[in-house]
Design a protein around this ligand. Structure first.
Ligand code: G3H
Ligand code: 13P
Ligand code: ZN
Length: 307
């Protein structure tokens, strides 16, 4: 059943577990995500970036989610706009049927981010739609980073408190040292958990971890053994994801792991069967590989059996 993001995340916030927010760009990915939720009896957040919307068409993105949510009505699912870049983009998504939106004005000065987020919250709340915003910049932190450098890029907890009070935003993504993609950390992985705990204490709303792919060894190995190259790749270790959930994270944005798991299988099948050209012979096992990664993640994050 299609539900609001607030419904899924408020429950996770109250009960202290994490829900993966999985990106999709087509039916294959979306169906693989749904199959994991069915296996694990887990609530679901599926999200489409503006790039994914451009690729599918907004009607297709919403249509696919509606069809699968009607096919599997026992799965509560929220459809979220990932990294909406403007008020207009959020309104378009709400009009099309999204049940949650992110306004990402985090690259603007604080006051401007606050103003833009407030504008989106006003329209979204009249439609019963949840809103996510972001504070700080998504980037990995190095061992030798100074306190002032850290303060310049990561979330400021006091600002987070003011931001949440003034905007009425439903969930907040505080930058604590993650980044998007497969290359998150140059040295040992590190996140600013202390800062996270402070933000949770001062805001008391569901928090979001962007750039949360883990790149588990099994996923990396599958890609490497298919002839792919992921030299230097590093994700957020499972133990860090769990520590982050303890610190107040409830929405865990995950895209890169899904892409790597899927493409590793497509590559392997292509390498092993160079006369094969039936798409289904590639996509079906690749979707199964993706479902496996997602189902395992649901256990790690604690959303399994939370329906
Ligand atoms: O946050 C980024 C997501 O992984 C979506 O990426 O813009 O390539 O669709 P994308
Ligand atoms: P990853 O690149 O770590 O999967 O992060 C995805 C994300 O944050 C989407 O908003
Ligand atoms: Zn993100």
């Amino acid at each position: 059943m299609l539900v609001s993001g607030v419904e899924i995340l408020q429950k996770a916030h109250k009960e202290g577990y994490g829900v993966g927010a999985f990106n999709f760009v087509n039916f294959e990915m979306l169906n693989a995500i749904f199959q994991a939720a069915i296996q694990k009896n887990s609530p679901l957040i599926v999200q489409a970036s503006e790039g994914a919307i451009k690729y599918m068409g907004i009607d297709m993105a919403v249509g696919l989610v509606k069809i699968l949510s009607e096919r599997y009505p026992f799965i509560p699912v929220a459809l979220h706009l990932d990294h909406g870049t403007s008020y207009e983009s959020c309104v378009k998504a709400i009009r099309a049927g999204f049940t949650s939106v992110m306004i990402d004005a985090s690259h603007h000065p604080f006051e401007e981010n606050l103003k833009e987020t407030k504008r989106v919250v006003e329209v979204a709340h009249t439609c019963g739609i949840g809103v996510e915003a972001e504070l700080g910049r998504l980037m990995g932190i190095e061992d030798n980073i100074s306190v002032s450098e850290k303060d310049a890029v990561l979330v400021n907890p006091k600002e987070a408190e003011v931001f949440v009070k003034e905007t009425g935003v439903d969930y907040l993504a505080p930058a604590i040292g993650t980044s998007h993609g497969a290359f998150k950390f140059k040295g040992e992985p590190q996140l600013d958990f202390k800062r996270l705990v402070e933000v949770k204490k001062l805001t008391n709303i569901p928090l979001v971890l962007h750039g949360a792919s883990a790149i588990p060894d099994s996923v990396r190995e599958a890609f490497l053994s298919s002839g792919g190259d992921l030299k230097g790749s590093k994700g957020v270790p499972f133990a860090f994801l769990q520590e982050a959930i303890k610190g107040g994270i409830n929405k865990i944005n995950t895209d890169t792991d899904l892409r790597i798991a899927y493409m590793a299988e497509v590559r392997r099948i292509g390498n092993e069967n160079n006369t094969e050209f039936d798409l289904r012979k590639f996509f079906s096992p690749a979707a199964t590989a993706m479902t496996k990664v997602i189902a395992e993640r649901m256990d790690i994050l604690g959303s399994s059996n939370k329906i």
